[in-house]
Write a new protein. Sequence first.
Length: 759
Amino acid sequence: MSGPHELSQDDPAGGGPPPATAAAGPDLSYLNALNPAQREAVEALDGPVLVLAGAGTGKTRVLTVRLAHILAKRRAWPGEILAVTFTNKAAREMKGRVAGLIGRATEGIWLGTFHALGARILRRHAELVGLEPNFTILDTDDQIRLLKQVLEAEDIDEKRWPARVLLGLIEKWKNRGLRPEKASAAEAGDFAGGEAIRLYKAYQERLKSLNAADFGDLLMHGLTLFTDNPKLLQDYHRRFKYILVDEYQDANVAQYLWLRLLAQSRRNICCVGDDDQSIYGWRGAEVGNILKFERDFPGARVIRLEQNYRSTQNILSAASGLIAHNQGRLGKTLWTAGPDGDKVVVRGVWDGEEEARGIGDEIEALQARGHALNEIAILVRAGFQTREFEERFITLGLPYRVIGGPRFYERLEIRDAIAYLRVIHQPGDDLAFERIVNTPRRGIGAATLRAVHRLARIRSSAGPALPLAKAARRLIETDDLRPRVRNALKALIDDFDRWRALADRLPHVELVEIVLAESGYAAMWKADRSPDAPGRLENLKELVAAMVEFEDLAGFLEHVSLVMEVEASSAGDMVNLITLHGAKGLEFDTVFLPGWEEGLLPHPRALAEGGTAALEEERRLAYVGLTRARQRVWISFAAERRVHNLRQSSIPSRFVEELPEAHIETVIDPGLYAGPAVGGPAAGGPAAGGPTGSGLGEAGAGFFYGGGTGPAGGYTVGLRVFHQKFGYGRVLAVDGDKLEVAFDKAGTKKVIDSFVEEA
């Protein structure tokens, strides 16, 4: 009998000799459907194999058939195979497909996500890391609640040092397999006066006392099991004859180390991935894992899947030309036996509103020709970009869905901000008041709110119902509340009185900016270190921009109410709105890629935090967007965008510049560029012979590099100029290639000098 931490060789889900091969041999007809590179990847069963699978090259098929081939060839029992996927859905689908290929059940395969497999192993040997086998796995809410208890026990102000920020630090350490004693003090920064590592240790001790683990522990404890118990690791070496890994480029360091430990004996590991589609660095994915595979496993075979079954050749060539600018890649070139198809259209427009109008018109034209809306996707870099498209589609009556998130006006931060505005506009709006009375936290808890409700009900029994805000106003005049709570509630009521007075004399756009600042709501998200906080701040800025289009606050709130009434069902034929990160793994006949501008793609926050590595990941993100399309792609950039109620000039993304000229068609809105060199675009056709293959012509070069077409030496203050969109005006200030111009009818604007000409 085996010991408590040993694996039985008689385990039906484990080792034991595979059955003898039948005399007639297995049916291997499934190999006939593979192309030569795919078949090579399936049949290379001995030793380490890295399959570099480009977008649309059939990587899922290869992984599935390889697993089936191992079983069909009787190279291993199901229980001797470890197969790692990145989603539970992918694991279920793979299991069903393998069973279909070999004609029998595949029960016993260790098939699942890293976390599911890590939990399975950890439960078998939990006592070796100080846990019981029935340990609880905490979700994010539980983790934050536990960290708050740790902070409170250490007498650390959670408002100043939020638990969510500490959780972010701990997750980064766990993604790299670092226990508290291995965590770097430099990375801990100044959190709680440099106490982050000590708090991490206290958190881990608290987890053990609760017999609990978080998701990061499932792999980190697994590393501890294997490194501290060599005999146990040897048992798993004997068990797993083959290891298969999907989406290897998305593995974090802890997952990579876990795999490497398991594979170091037999070395029959096959990793399938695409270094050009590694886009999740912000959540711990490490593209370096795939780049150093050959170093980790000397003698490894690298097989490239380059024949694409999804996209036309023009799309593939444009994508390949773009990603070739990355240095950190192993390299491959996608090709197809299919047609060249349409060239990738690169469209330059005046502003975001024009971009949304143009794409809406294009979709209507496609729909009129019988194109299914389900097969159309708009892929954006940042969530706030969806707002203009949503507004436009509602105007046109085009049904749409937002995949991977709520519609713009349904997002938490937008609903919170609008709740403030609703209470200002209508003091009796109880639902809105209740939503934000303690957001951000003011110490006004459920007990206080019950007291307000109770007072409102007492009044309503004798006459008209009392709004909650009015009941709160009366309650703060009494001693029924503790002084701290009473003062907090009074401060909020006073704020609303002040904002309501400002609403009578200030533009509604200025009012919302004041409310977001003075309420502490914007500051709350600025202090939040969670990955989605920056996106929420961008959405709030977009909300301010959206209000500019309305005459007053009442008009805007009425518009929001009407928008929210639009059917939100995800069923039926609808245009898809998705972020680029959310689009990985999806494909559509037609893809629109708006916002290809510096400051959006690549995103400045990513570049500021990650430098060259982040730039290459942003380029991979653009590559993923291109390769989602089967038949046609439209890329667009705007000369100006409204950002936080300010119109800002923008220049096309460097990625536009890097697209190979032979595979794109550039169309510039008439008059977008000043000067005689814009004859092509002004006539409505694409400019020719642009800089380094961009196809934008000399005027495009001025737009890319900031070169003006005005008087020699640039424009001067006081000069009278003409702008194609804003008309005549006078230069107020000059800052390099940027001008501040007081236009006669459009007001003061900031524009790039190449947009204007001397009047």
